[in-house]
Design a protein around this ligand. Structure first.
Ligand SMILES: O=P(O)(O)OC[C@H]1O[C@H](O[C@H]2O[C@H](CO)[C@@H](O)[C@H](O)[C@H]2O)[C@H](O)[C@@H](O)[C@@H]1O
Length: 275
């Protein structure tokens, strides 16, 4: 969770959270959901190669049916075009680069976090990282428009600290950038007060979802999703998928991507029954 953004946030061990599955209807009450979804680890299982995190046709159909009955957004650390290309649904909203780059139906495209000024630093840092990590087996630099992910999932254990040191050295040269940990990645992100939670609030406002009869749901599995869980505490429902290495601000839990799909199907059914 980003510093200084959230106060009085309740955090729990993910393993102690109740499952979101047993009573989906009760979870949303008589409100219509607005659904915000992380991609990796939520809609598609974590795999060794980020290019192989392909959405199944079954999950795509589930998302399509859900988006027919309520607003659905994918809020990802991936590049916006990348995640949109993986999901391949036109009636969803997409927030890429951790919410810095947003698009959606009706030619919506905006970059509300103000990260454009960080692009020159990201460009230079990308080259520095590639140069300094080129001889470390398994290290991989993934550039997104407004972030760089340094992957170390496939790096031998004894060399992981070397990768992280390189990232720290590069970060130290660029005050425009800050670190962002994730699952076997360390990211370099614009040093701005913007994150997935703020992107969710921005979308809620833009789509006029701040209504008493709408409840926002956020589902995610990683540390960057904690900003969204924290942001929505008290006004929505946070659902953690699996676990990460820290406490969570989510209130419910789903075991894995399979349970996410079961939950989304149940949610679609519940909304249809309301109508
Ligand atoms: O916010 P997300 O949609 O969950 O994106 C977070 C990062 O996901 C990707 O990396 C993660 O998934 C990879 C594929 O399963 C895995 O190999 C890697 O170890 C994970 O960290 C993506 O490549 C990153 O750009 C995203 O920031």
């Amino acid at each position: 969770m980003e510093n200084n953004t959230h106060r009085n946030i309740k955090q729990t061990n993910p393993n102690e959270l109740p499952s979101a599955l047993p009573d989906v209807q009760q979870l949303i009450g008589n409100k219509k959901p607005a659904v915000f979804l992380d991609y990796d680890g939520c809609l598609s299982p974590i795999v060794k190669d980020p290019d192989k995190a392909i959405l199944t046709e079954a999950m795509r159909s589930t998302l399509r049916r859900l988006a027919d009955v309520c607003s659905v957004a994918v809020v990802s650390g991936r590049d916006r075009a990348d995640v949109k290309g993986l999901v391949q649904l036109e009636n969803l909203y997409y927030a890429g680069s951790h919410g810095f780059d947003i698009s959606g139906p009706g030619n919506l495209h905006t970059e509300p976090g103000g990260a454009a000024a960080a692009i020159p630093a990201l460009d230079v840092a990308q080259e520095e990282l590639k140069e300094q990590l080129q001889n470390i087996e398994g290290a991989f630099v993934e550039r997104k428009r407004y972030a760089i992910a340094v992957h170390y999932r496939n790096v031998p254990e004894e060399q992981v600290s070397e990768v992280l040191e390189v990232v720290q050295e590069v970060l130290a040269k660029h005050q425009e950038l800050k670190p962002g940990p994730g699952k076997k990645i360390m990211e370099l992100k614009p040093n701005l007060d913007w994150h997935k939670g703020k992107a969710v609030l921005w979308l809620m406002d833009k789509l006029e979802l701040n209504q008493p009869d709408i409840v926002p749901l956020y589902i995610g599995d990683d540390l960057t999703d904690e900003d969204a869980f924290a942001t929505l505490q008290g006004q929505g429902v946070g659902i953690m998928v699996g676990e990460h290495d820290a406490l969570t601000a989510a209130e419910y839990r789903l075991e894995d991507v399979t349970e996410v799909q079961v939950f989304l199907e149940a949610l679609t059914k519940a909304v249809k029954q309301q109508a």
